[in-house]
Design a protein around this ligand. Structure first.
Ligand SMILES: [Zn+2]
Length: 57
């Protein structure tokens, strides 16, 4: 279980488990992607499906 639920950066809604989300992320400079979850939590900007849909319309 995550300690902290990620939130959508646009509407601040909590991202639920199993929900489809979009993550805006900078590709890490370091080689390897072993700490992907930690990296996502630190660097990722989560965007929920609702916001992606309203943005593209
Ligand atoms: Zn949202």
């Amino acid at each position: 279980m995550l300690l902290e639920q990620p939130r959508c950066t646009i509407c601040d809604k909590e991202i639920k488990e199993d929900e489809d989300v979009f993550v805006k992320i900078r590709y890490p400079k370091q080689k390897g992607f072993t700490e992907i979850k930690a990296y996502l939590r630190n660097e990722g900007k989560f965007i929920c499906e609702d916001c992606i849909e309203s943005k593209s319309n």
